[in-house]
Design a protein around this ligand. Structure first.
Ligand code: HEM
Length: 267
């Protein structure tokens, strides 16, 4: 039996890293948990976090996962320290602990994922299942409906962009969404509603900036304001942090469970 409490403490203890971005590796660990899980397709029950398949081609080569090799490498010492814990459990748990440690809600999380060391080709999801930030509402719906989410879940999950930043060498986009990128809150929604967002004039991909030029939104973030159904939920979360936290924790918990096959005897 793994000592889950000790592992949680060890994850929490490694989050603060002054040299890393804004001083915490929490945001990139949240992204790792999401990208490991967000390949799920309910149509054929493929993809998802089980198996920790992001270590294997073609998933390891998906441009959407650029930079996440660093997050995976940072968790390796914990894999060594807790060999009974699968990487698939470790990656998803690290996302959960990061959100809580940065001031967010606790997400329901269950162990029992197993790692696929030599997966068959059909067991590694193809590239292109994660969302493309340069697109609009129809694409966002295609991708998240494929996982089994609804419009409200989509907006709740997108609130994770209150954390972290874009890196030109990873995605091509640049900058943080909020002034508090290591604090989980509903700030992303407040900024979407209250700031004036204009297209950034630069050589990079289309993105939007606030009047200070310091904060950014992706086209997919702006799509949440341009689509009336999404916008109503954005406005609700901007006003009501408690409801956002409750909805986020439910949707993030569901995301991390997608496609997980566990037998009760393994728990
Ligand atoms: C970062 C796209 C949904 C969590 C990013 C980046 C892009 C992106 C382009 C910047 C990556 C980089 O340059 O390092 C999208 C799109 C989404 C989406 C297109 C959906 C339409 C989500 C969801 C979550 C999430 C559902 C979690 C629940 C994060 C976090 C970061 C991030 C925490 C910051 C990572 C860091 O600071 O290193 N996302 N994302 N995103 N995303 Fe998303």
């Amino acid at each position: 039996m793994a000592d889950w409490f000790a592992l949680e403490r060890d994850i929490k203890a490694m989050l603060k890293q002054p040299e890393w971005d804004d001083g915490s590796i929490g945001p990139v660990l949240v992204r790792l948990a999401w990208h490991a899980s967000g390949t799920y397709s309910k149509k054929d029950n493929t993809g998802g976090s089980d198996g920790a398949t992001m270590r294997h081609a073609p998933e390891s080569t998906d441009g959407a996962n650029a930079g996440l090799e660093k997050a995976r490498a940072m968790l390796e010492p914990l894999k060594k320290k807790y060999p009974a814990v699968s990487r698939a459990d470790l990656w998803t748990l690290a996302g959960v602990i990061s959100i809580e440690a940065m001031g967010g809600p606790r997400t329901p999380w269950y162990p029992g994922r197993t790692d696929k060391e030599k997966p068959k080709a059909a067991e590694v999801p193809p590239n292109g299942r994660l969302p493309d930030a340069s697109q609009g509402a129809p694409h966002i719906r295609d991708v998240f409906y494929r996982m089994g989410f609804n419009d409200r879940d989509i907006v709740a999950l997108s609130g994770a962009h209150t954390l972290g930043r874009c890196h030109p060498d990873r995605s091509g986009f640049s900058g943080p969404w909020t002034n508090t990128p290591t604090r989980f809150s509903n700030q992303y929604f407040k900024l979407l509603v209250n700031e004036k967002w204009t297209k950034k004039k630069w050589d990079g991909p289309e993105q939007y900036e606030d009047p200070s030029g310091e904060l950014m939104m992706l086209p997919t973030d702006m799509a949440l304001m341009w689509d009336p159904k999404f916008k109503a939920v954005v406005e609700e979360y901007a006003e009501d942090k408690e409801t956002f936290f409750k909805d986020f924790s439910a949707a993030f918990g569901k995301l991390l469970e997608l496609g997980v096959k566990r037998s009760a005897s393994k728990l």
